[in-house]
Design a binder for this molecule. Structure first.
Ligand code: ITT
Length: 201
């Protein structure tokens, strides 16, 4: 079966990620389902790596939907914080933290830290599982280098985008149009690799 006629479930409850998936996959004509259509809660992220968490999410979505699944586990690594918040990015300021809470906490922790020590990178791991018991998930990774600004700028995107400076563009990720972000982000890089792998399945 070609990738164009594929039917998959996207294993995320994050609407920002979902919008990016839809835009990146639109040219392919795949039939995309969302895990919420199948009415179950999100998987618990008990892994200690992006890879483990992405597998947990993909397996869960494949199980509840009976469809092949694509999952994303991603996060922001800040050099000054030795890679934190990393896999805990969505929970940085608490279990049910909003994007604004997380941004405020990160800006607070980095208060007074000079630009050259504010290097950061977004990480994205995408996992594709043909079914819930798939013993050889397809795993692809992408990273996006930048640094943390001193205040939030821009209202596109999601998560930490307003405080993530994209050096080549001299602006925050939240100032980029979605098509621009989706051509260069950590998720875009991982997705390009994943689509290449899916062609060979
Ligand atoms: P799902 O598990 O349902 O996909 P989630 O938001 O819990 O949603 P993660 O566990 O992968 O997803 O957490 C990733 C966090 O990293 C996310 O909540 C953002 O705060 C941040 N993040 C990831 N990709 C991002 C991006 O493209 N722009 C800004 N922040 C991003």
């Amino acid at each position: 079966m070609g990738i164009k006629s594929m039917e998959v479930v996207i294993a995320t409850g994050n609407m920002g990620k979902l919008a990016e998936f839809r835009q990146m996959l639109a040219p392919l004509n795949m039939t995309l389902h969302v895990q919420s259509e199948f009415g179950a809660e999100s998987a618990e992220e008990t892994g200690l790596t992006f890879v483990e968490n992405a597998i947990l999410k993909a397996r869960h979505a494949a199980r509840i939907s009976g469809l092949p699944a694509i999952a994303d586990d991603s996060g922001l690594e800040v050099e000054y914080l030795k890679g934190a918040p990393g896999i805990y990015s969505s929970r940085f300021s608490g279990e049910h933290a909003s994007d604004t809470d997380n941004i405020e906490k990160l800006l607070h922790v980095l208060e007074g830290v000079p630009t050259e020590q504010r290097k950061a990178r977004f990480q994205c791991v995408l996992v594709y599982m043909r079914h819930a018991e798939d013993p050889i998930p397809v795993i692809c990774q992408g990273a996006w280098e930048g640094y943390i600004l001193e205040e939030a700028i821009g209202d596109h995107g999601h998560g930490y985008d307003p405080i993530f400076c994209v050096p080549d563009m001299h602006c925050s990720a939240a100032e980029l149009e979605s098509a621009q972000k989706n051509s260069m982000s950590h998720r875009a890089i991982a997705m390009e690799k994943l689509l290449e792998e899916l062609k060979n399945l």
